[in-house]
Write a protein that binds this ligand. Structure first.
Ligand SMILES: *[C@@H]1O[C@H](CO)[C@@H](O)[C@H](O)[C@H]1NC(C)=O
Ligand SMILES: *[C@@H]1O[C@H](CO)[C@@H](O)[C@H](O)[C@H]1NC(C)=O
Ligand SMILES: *[C@@H]1O[C@H](CO)[C@@H](O)[C@H](O)[C@H]1NC(C)=O
Ligand SMILES: *[C@@H]1O[C@H](CO)[C@@H](O)[C@H](O)[C@H]1NC(C)=O
Ligand SMILES: *[C@@H]1O[C@H](CO)[C@@H](O)[C@H](O)[C@H]1NC(C)=O
Ligand SMILES: *[C@@H]1O[C@H](CO)[C@@H](O)[C@H](O)[C@H]1NC(C)=O
Ligand SMILES: *[C@@H]1O[C@H](CO)[C@@H](O)[C@H](O)[C@H]1NC(C)=O
Ligand SMILES: *[C@@H]1O[C@H](CO)[C@@H](O)[C@H](O)[C@H]1NC(C)=O
Ligand SMILES: *[C@@H]1O[C@H](CO)[C@@H](O)[C@H](O)[C@H]1NC(C)=O
Length: 734
């Protein structure tokens, strides 16, 4: 009797071909031919065996200069099997598969080709039979993508993989996302979590835009005002030559941090491509060296000014040794100066960067080649973003330039925009090919006019990278809002960038099943919980009183979590005669948790007796709740303030609510005897935390802000207040 699990789908045979092609639904989809005589349960697995011949092999052909070995990938995979499936396998080296093992090895690399027929090191073969699973890669990176398939299929098919075999390889070499880390800083840990998330869906490129400024329309401002507009350069060097270029060290990447991000991302197959913008979008450089500016637009560099190119060379020579990618991006978009000067700039930087580091450069499609120009060299790759700047097929590809597809079809601008959406247009991935009305893939630059797109097999298409821009700067969003803008987009694009053809109907259930299992990250700041109450502490609980009584002192006591989840808090704060905790800077109350993402209701029964300016009521990994003296959230380096505050010396019920992409708080006077109100009870008036965005310097818009709940600590040296805590509860309902 043959049992086919539910995610196994037969495709209709092509009418003239006798072959039956088949695939496994996954993100991306996986070519696979089931033998039809059984399934293998990953719960039977006992070992993870790495072919000793190849344990130290590395793929030297990819974008990264620091490729992990097969052994390195195997260790990460073993950790993922444990964290996602609860499978703790022994990892060993061997000369073949042992019974009930996953065997990782390398095979014939010539078997795997991309859409253009070129060999790709990212291919792999997945074989499943009653003895276990074999992943044989064109390289260790190919094996890595095979491990993503195994994890996904185990999740999607209730642990059972069908017996059979499939060869899988990506259609394109560059598959990923671009984050504007210039107009909004993102901490290294956040970038690393995003890489993990992308990697689960087989994306391999993370372009990090590292310098830029607010407002394209700098013409609105006086010279003086322009020199004060938001502009950032996010790499921090101690070199004297660059003193003053980067602004705040706490919002820039040091060499160690950059190295940490690159190695963590590449440990999951994702290469960071750094981008330093010039000669446009260069206000950060102009604020540092005003003499380099074009007199007509201070955000752009005057290339003919004698010190401009030498300055850019100094910047690049400082940072090239940091970068572990074979390609670096010099920006070069939206320049309004002379095209010939622009082309000279690009070619000179290309030559310089190659001579210094052996690296190739990439630019945004800007002044496409023309007979009357001395054009950009063909070994500079082009990142197309908009047809008003270039026609990628006719201008570049037909002239033998390689082009990366970043058409603004899939652009997002964080929080607000006059022209672009705030979340990736996922629907367009399913219907964006104008030739068929169906599946979009990287060779489709123009989603309206088929004649503007090359053949799918065109070798000049490098792949696709989808950008997110922070046009409204740092205070428009908290870090995680970049993730929410991409949450559905990364998997939807990941399938298509690989060459997959998942339909919308296949994608939705697969994505919701896979999402909770994406390893190496917790961008949702989810907390495992049996019910909707995540924790509940109450110092009037009998458990606590007995605990304190038994200890006979107030030090290092545990405050029992009454939710049943066992998230007991630790405190050295003294208990008052009323069995409340006396909170002050000289003691702490600490939960084992740090932050809770959407959705949540955090309720506290609290009394503030004294508070300094900028008192921190509650702190967590992503935010702090403060009294400034207005009730405020501090998150991602910015303050979001309400008009309300907390009355001194009065018991209040304070509630902080994260509801979808909005955040609210309410303060209601209460007495010690009153219990915390039920979640969702409407007695108190909520006030919403809002971001104010300056739109082109002319108007302002108020927009919601989605801040994670701070749930790590009350009290402590930097807290700045004294008072009492009687109860604290976190619910996942809002
Ligand atoms: C399963 O596949 C492995 C590797 O190809 C092979 O060594 C083994 O004999 C196969 N087992 C069965 C029962 O076919
Ligand atoms: C650019 O610099 C050159 C050389 O210093 C100068 O002659 C020219 O006026 C500048 N152009 C602009 C537009 O700033
Ligand atoms: C790129 O092309 C130009 C023009 O053909 C050539 O001078 C330069 O050496 C090439 N650079 C590299 C890195 O191959
Ligand atoms: C592009 O390259 C092909 C193959 O090398 C060559 O035949 C053709 O002339 C080139 N086209 C242009 C516009 O340079
Ligand atoms: C916030 O969520 C609402 C409701 O889901 C949605 O309509 C809106 O577009 C979201 N806003 C942003 C900026 O994502
Ligand atoms: C970095 O420091 C600046 C200046 O002290 C401060 O305004 C900003 O909030 C800090 N950023 C973060 C992310 O903490
Ligand atoms: C605070 O009050 C001002 C003035 O009434 C109002 O414009 C603003 O929206 C309020 N702020 C919040 C966060 O509700
Ligand atoms: C603090 O709240 C008061 C109203 O209580 C409001 O007038 C003031 O603008 C708020 N301060 C800030 C910085 O939002
Ligand atoms: C956010 O930044 C803009 C400048 O981009 C500034 O005008 C605005 O006041 C800031 N808003 C807050 C809430 O800090």
């Amino acid at each position: 009797m043959v049992v086919l699990h539910t995610t196994y789908v037969w495709l209709a045979a092509l009418s003239n071909v006798a072959l039956v092609t088949s695939r496994l639904v996954g993100i991306p989809v996986v070519p696979f031919t089931a033998s039809g005589d059984g399934v293998y349960s990953v719960t039977s697995l006992k070992a993870l065996v790495v072919d000793s011949k190849f344990a130290e092999s590395r793929d030297e052909t990819g974008e990264t200069l620091i490729p992990p070995s097969l052994q390195d990938f195997a260790k990460t995979f073993a950790a993922d099997l444990s964290s996602t499936l609860g499978l703790d396998l022994s990892v060993s080296n061997g000369n073949g598969a042992s019974p009930d093992s996953i065997y990782l090895t390398l095979g014939d690399p010539s078997k795997y080709v991309d859409v253009a027929g070129a060999q790709t090191a990212e291919g792999y073969t997945l074989s499943v039979n009653s003895s276990g699973i074999v992943i044989s890669g064109a390289s260790p990176l190919g094996v890595w993508w095979g491990t993503r398939t195994v994890l996904q299929q185990a999740v999607l098919s209730d642990s059972s993989l069908p017996y059979g075999e499939g060869d899988d390889a990506p259609g394109w070499r560059n598959r990923g996302m671009m984050l504007d880390g210039a107009r909004h800083y993102y901490p290294p840990e956040f970038i690393i979590e995003l890489c993990s998330y992308m990697s689960f869906f087989k994306q391999n490129i993370f372009q990090l835009h590292l310098s830029d400024n607010l407002y394209n329309n700098v013409n609105l401002y006086s010279r003086e005002r322009s020199l004060q507009l938001g502009a950032w350069f996010r790499l921090w060097s101690d070199s004297e030559d660059l003193a003053g270029l980067a602004k705040n060290k706490n919002e820039s990447y040091t060499k160690d941090q950059f190295e940490e991000m690159q190695s963590a991302c590449v440990s999951r197959g994702v290469t960071i491509i750094p981008e330093i913008e010039a000669p446009g979008h260069s206000l950060a450089i102009v604020q540092w060296k005003p003499e380099l500016a074009l007199s007509t637009d201070l955000s752009q560099l005057n290339i003919t000014y004698p010190d401009t190119i030498p300055t850019m060379k100094t910047i690049w020579s400082t940072f090239l040794p940091w970068f572990q990618s074979k390609t670096v991006h010099i920006g070069a978009d939206e320049y309004t100066g002379d095209p010939n000067e622009y082309n000279r700039f690009v070619n000179e930087m290309s030559g310089y960067i190659y001579q210094e580091s052996g690296k190739a450069i990439r630019i945004w499609g800007t002044f496409p080649p023309k007979p009357e120009y001395d054009n950009v060299d063909r070994n500079v790759s082009i990142q197309h973003w908009e047809f008003f700047e270039d026609d990628p097929y006719h201008d570049y590809i037909l002239n033998n330039y390689s082009v990366l597809n970043s058409d603004d079809t899939f652009y997002t601008v964080n929080k607000w925009s006059g022209s672009y959406p705030q979340v990736v247009n996922v629907a367009r991935t399913f219907n964006g090919d104008p030739a068929t009305g169906g599946i979009w893939q990287p060779h489709v630059f123009d989603t309206h006019v088929a004649a503007n797109n090359p053949e799918r097999s065109n070798a000049f298409v490098l792949g696709a990278v989808t950008p997110l821009w922070n046009d409204y700067g740092a205070n428009a969003t908290v870090y995680s809002e970049a993730y929410y803008a991409w949450k559905d987009g990364i998997p939807a694009l990941g399938d298509k960038q690989w060459g997959g053809d998942l339909s919308s109907a296949e994608f939705a259930p697969a994505f919701s099943a896979l999402l909770p299992f994406a390893p190496g990250q917790n961008l949702d700041r989810a907390i495992p919980s049996a019910g909707s109450t995540v924790f509940e502490y109450s110092s009037d609980s009998a458990v606590t009183r007995e605990h304190f009584a038994a200890l006979g002192s107030w030090t290092d006591a545990a405050v029992a979590d009454r939710s049943g989840n066992g998230y007991d808090a630790a405190t050295d704060c003294p208990l008052t005669p009323e069995s409340t905790l006396s909170i002050s800077p000289s003691c702490t109350f600490e939960t084992p948790l740090s932050s809770k993402g959407r959705d949540y209701t955090l309720s506290l029964k609290l009394k503030v007796d004294e508070a300094s300016m900028d008192a921190v009521l509650l702190s967590g990994g992503d935010s702090s709740l403060m009294l400034t003296p207005n009730l405020s959230l501090f998150a991602s380096g910015n303050y979001y303030r309400l008009n309300s505050t907390i009355p001194v010396g009065q018991w209040v019920h304070l509630s902080l609510v994260g509801r979808g992409n909005q955040t609210f708080a309410s303060v209601q006077e209460t007495s010690l005897d009153e219990p915390l109100p039920e979640v969702g009870s409407t007695a108190a008036t909520e006030e919403e935390f809002l971001a104010i965005l300056g739109v082109n310097g002319q108007s302002f818009v108020w927009a919601p802000i989605a801040v994670e709940a701070p749930i790590k600590q009350l009290g402590g040296a930097d807290s700045g207040w004294t008072g009492e805590l009687a109860a604290m509860r976190l619910s996942s309902e809002a």
